[in-house]
Structures are given as structure tokens and as C-alpha cells.
Design a protein around this ligand. Structure first.
Ligand code: UDX
Ligand code: ADP
Length: 483
């Protein structure tokens, strides 16, 4: 039995991590009251929407989990102070984007939201509160949180004390529910065994003991950065080989299968593509780079920085080759983009490869028609830095008159509407529905000679060739060699 009995949990931040994680905890621990709070009223309203298809995060299986727990022991609320005051354990799950200005700009994490949370907890918590870092944080952030909390001791009528734990989240978007329900491991970093036991007892409701790893605070924080750096490194490695395959006539899928069968290498995370996106990989590596430089390890910093540099290069490489193959210019040409989310099965576009590729093509004067089954069109406009006036008007449909290309784009209602009249189709997200497209039927909708640029290996090259379309497929030196 732990010394600290946990009856009530509060999670600050109802985003892609906080929402699904707390929904699964509530689902698996009916004896605990779980309250997820956020300052963003719209977001909380969406989490409370009776229509479960309107949840702010699209994640397969999430609707069912929320449907079971919400109103029973899972609450979404904007009453932040009240939820903190009533909680035995507070998870901090707020955003930690890369700093855009000041010291460490472009690399270090911006911790202003984490600090604000720590101050809030320090102010309103009651009794003993276990504070859990859930957001990915730079190594030694727990120290800062501890200092802020320590300053809250005494001085008023409430006796209060704190323990700080690091419990990084390893879920991947699109498979979050499965990852949370059957994690490879749960990592808890801390200094007080009783606090670690208390958090372990929450996970013990459904996670086998041997999968709950205990470390010190710093190892836990660094393990999260390291896991993401290793995963991202595999993607940059295979993408570098993809470019080489295209130059030599090899096929990266065959190379990936051949090397992945070596059990020391393993088969996962070897899919060449348009580069990694998502809220974690780039941010965490840049953070690692910043810390390495700070601690006097410039060679180590350079080593990891090259993983990000290759990723950026891969995205520019794809937009460049699209221009090259379309006779060296895309000005005024209509390009259809299938997929905008950073991976399939999510509505998240943070750091999506599609953003950089589309911006490059808009810069070249292309007219874009974009389709994504789950991403909000307004989000696409924001990501592409397009003025509100450029927002899509589905009623008007694609306008071939607007040939200047300056920020012109259109959100296609479905795949056929998106590609109609286009000179090329770029597939940038591996949505299952794109694998099922019938190119024999769709090919006549394109303006000939038409290209398919398949950055996600979803099409069957034989079918595309039979439909009379030219094909570039990532890492495939065997298809269409004519430039
Ligand atoms: C990642 C980590 O996997 C997760 O453990 C951590 O908690 C958060 O960061 P996420 O970013 O949600 O999760 O998705 P992930 O499946 O890791 O994909 C990241 C990016 O890499 C995507 O853009 C994906 O398309 C790309 N990717 C992944 C590849 O290009 N090839 C692969 O083989 C695998
Ligand atoms: P993640 O992918 O890490 O979950 P998100 O950006 O999706 O990141 O979610 C973070 C959430 O945290 C946002 O909804 C934001 O409004 C919320 N948030 C940030 N700071 C605070 C705060 N001080 N109090 C409550 N909520 C906050």
C-alpha cells in the first residue's frame, strides 16, 4: 500500500496527450475521479459535446472510451483552480513548443505554460499533492517545478506539500488508445518511493508490474528525449537511403525489408516518406541539441542536429522534384494534395511534412487543391499562412481563373473533386482510403501528361502505369526514370 492514497486526479491541458491519457485512466480506474482542465473554453466544450464525433482530437477508439467514462468518473472543465484544489495528483500536460525568440530560440523549449501551471498548483493546491510532468520536458525541468512549489510552502493557512514525478508519455497519435491500454512500458521518475508507488498504483489497474519502470527524475526526462531521437534517427536514415535508391535503381521498400529482418535492426520505423512530422520529434531533438551544446558537447549536438537537417532536406527535395518533373515550372499549374495531417489517423498537423512541401509549391506559384479526411480547412489555411480571404469556398469550387498562384488553394470535398483538372497528385499522408483509390477511373480527370507523386508508398505502380499516369514513388529507382 502506498502512503499517499489517490482518489482524485486533475490533468492540466486537454490536448492530444492529456485528453486521451486521462480518458484511458478514467476508463481503467473507475474508483478514481479524473478531471481534465484547460483554459481553452472551446476545447473543453468540444470534449463535452454529446456528439462524440465532435471531440477536439481525432483518435481511433477515443470516442468509445470517452463515451464510457465521461459523466461517470471523467470530467472536462475550465474550473482549473477548483480541480487542482480537489486533486491528490496533478498531471501537467500542457504544450511546450520550441522557443521562437530569446535565449535558445529555435531549439530550447518554451516552458512558460509549464511554469504557469506550477505556479497555479503552488497557489491553490491543498494538503499533499503529487505533481506529475506528463508533457515532454527538457532534462532538469522537474528541478524548476520543485523550486516553484517549494516557494509555496507555508505563508498561509493551508498546510501543503508536494512531490514531483516525471512520467513521460510514449503514445503515438493515431494509435494512442492501443498504446495507452497496452504500453511497452510506463516510466516513472522520482525521488520519493511513496510518490512513485502512488502513481504506479494508478497504472497497476491495467499495466503489468514488470512494465512499470522506475528511474531517477533526470533519467526519466532524458529517456523521453532519447526515445524520440532514436526513432526520428531511423526515419532520417531510411529517407537518406531512399534518395540513394532513386539515384541508383534500388527500391527502398526492398532494402527496408532486407535490413529489417535482421533482429538487431528490427522491422519497425523503416518506412521512407516525406519526413517525420508531429509535435515531438523535431522539438525533442532540437531540445537535446540545445542541452548538449549547453553542457559543452558540440560534437554530440551536431550529430543529432543532422537528423533534423536531413528531414528538412527530404521535404524540400520532394517539392523540388515535383517542380523539375513538371517541366521545371508549376506556376499556375493545379496540384492536388491528398493528405495534410502529419500521419494517418490523426487530425493533427503540427510539423506536418505537407506544410513545408505545400509552402514551397505555393512559393513556386502553384495552385493547390488539398484533401484530408480529418483536418479542419481553417487549420490548413493557418498552417500555410494564408490570409482568411484565401480560405476555401467549397461552393465556388476550384477556380482555374486564379492562375497567379499567390496563396491560391482549395479544399477538395473528396478525392475526385480534389484531383479534377490537376496536372499532378501528391500523396502526403498514408490514409487508408488513399490506398483504395481506383486510378483507372480517376486518371481521365487529370490534365495529361499527369503525374502521381507518391511520398507514402500507397499506390500500386502497375495500376498507375496501366492508367497512363507517370509515377514518382519515394525511394523507388525502378519507376519512371525520365526527368
Ligand atoms: C512520436 C513517438 O512515436 C511517441 O512515442 C512519442 O510519445 C511522441 O512522438 P507521434 O509523433 O505521434 O509519436 O507519431 P509517430 O508514429 O512516431 O510518427 C512520427 C512521424 O514519423 C510521422 O510523420 C510519421 O509519418 C513518420 N514516420 C514514422 C515515418 O516517416 N516512417 C516510419 O517508419 C515511421
Ligand atoms: P499536447 O500534444 O502536448 O497534448 P496540445 O497543444 O494539444 O499539446 O495541448 C495542450 C493544452 O494545454 C492546450 O489545449 C492548452 O490550452 C492547454 N494549456 C496550456 N497552458 C495551460 C494552463 N496554464 N492551464 C490550463 N490549460 C493550459
Amino acid at each position: 500500500m502506498s502512503v499517499f492514497a489517490i482518489r482524485s486526479i486533475c490533468c492540466i491541458g486537454a490536448g492530444y496527450v492529456g485528453g486521451p491519457t486521462m480518458a484511458v485512466i478514467a476508463d481503467r480506474c473507475p474508483d478514481l475521479q479524473v478531471t481534465v482542465v484547460d483554459l481553452n473554453e472551446q476545447r473543453i466544450a468540444a470534449w463535452n459535446d454529446r456528439d462524440l464525433s465532435q471531440l477536439p482530437v481525432y483518435e481511433p477508439g477515443l470516442d468509445a472510451v470517452v463515451g464510457r467514462a465521461r459523466g461517470r468518473n471523467l470530467t472536462f472543465s475550465t474550473a482549473v483552480d477548483e480541480a487542482i484544489a480537489n486533486a491528490d495528483m496533478v498531471f501537467i500536460s500542457v504544450n511546450t513548443p520550441t522557443k521562437t525568440k530569446g535565449l535558445g530560440a529555435g531549439q530550447a523549449s518554451d516552458l512558460r505554460w509549464v511554469e504557469a501551471c506550477a505556479r497555479q498548483v503552488a497557489k491553490v493546491a491543498k494538503g499533499h499533492t503529487i505533481v506529475v510532468e506528463k508533457s515532454t520536458l527538457p532534462v532538469r525541468t522537474a528541478q524548476a517545478i520543485k523550486q516553484i512549489l517549494a516557494a509555496a510552502h507555508g505563508g498561509d493557512d493551508h498546510a501543503r506539500s508536494f512531490s514531483v514525478l516525471s512520467n513521460p508519455e510514449f503514445l503515438a497519435e493515431g494509435t494512442a488508445i492501443g498504446d495507452l491500454e497496452a504500453p511497452d512500458r510506463v516510466l516513472i521518475g522520482g525521488e520519493e518511493p511513496a510518490a512513485i508507488d502512488a502513481l504506479a498504483s494508478v497504472y497497476a489497474h491495467w499495466v503489468p508490474q514488470e512494465k512499470i519502470l522506475r528511474t531517477n527524475l533526470w533519467s526519466s526526462e532524458l529517456s523521453k528525449l532519447t526515445a524520440n531521437a532514436f526513432l526520428a534517427q531511423r526515419i532520417s536514415s531510411i529517407n537518406s537511403i531512399a534518395a540513394f535508391c532513386e539515384a541508383t535503381g534500388a527500391d527502398v521498400r526492398e532494402v527496408a525489408r532486407a535490413i529489417g529482418s535482421d533482429s538487431r535492426i528490427g522491422a519497425k520505423f523503416l518506412q521512407a516518406g516525406p519526413g517525420f512530422g508531429g509535435s515531438c520529434f523535431q522539438k525533442d531533438i532540437l531540445n537535446l541539441v540545445y542541452l548538449c551544446r549547453h553542457f559543452g558537447l558540440p560534437e554530440v549536438a551536431d550529430y543529432w542536429e543532422s537528423v533534423v537537417a536531413l528531414n528538412t532536406w527530404q521535404q524540400h527535395r520532394i517539392s523540388r522534384l515535383v517542380v523539375q518533373k513538371l517541366f521545371g515550372t508549376v506556376t499556375g499549374k493545379r496540384l492536388a494534395v491528398l493528405g495534410f495531417a502529419f500521419k494517418a489517423d490523426t487530425n493533427d498537423t503540427r510539423e506536418a511534412p505537407a506544410i513545408r512541401i505545400c509552402r514551397d509549391l505555393l512559393e513556386e506559384g502553384a495552385q493547390l487543391a488539398i484533401h484530408d479526411p480529418k483536418v479542419d480547412p481553417e487549420q490548413i489555411a493557418r498552417d500555410l499562412h494564408l490570409p482568411a480571404s484565401a480560405a476555401p469556398d467549397p461552393a465556388a469550387g476550384p477556380s482555374r481563373a486564379a492562375l497567379s498562384g499567390d496563396g491560391t488553394w482549395w479544399q477538395g470535398a473528396d478525392e475526385a473533386a480534389t484531383i479534377a483538372g490537376a496536372d499532378a497528385v501528391l500523396i502526403l499522408t498514408e490514409w487508408q482510403q488513399y490506398r483504395q483509390l481506383d486510378w483507372t477511373v480517376l486518371a481521365p480527370l487529370l490534365r495529361q501528361p499527369a503525374w502521381i507523386f507518391d511520398a507514402r508508398s500507397v499506390v500500386d505502380p502497375a495500376v498507375v502505369a496501366a492508367a497512363g499516369l507517370k509515377l514518382w514513388r519515394v525511394g523507388d529507382g525502378g519507376v519512371e526514370s525520365e526527368a
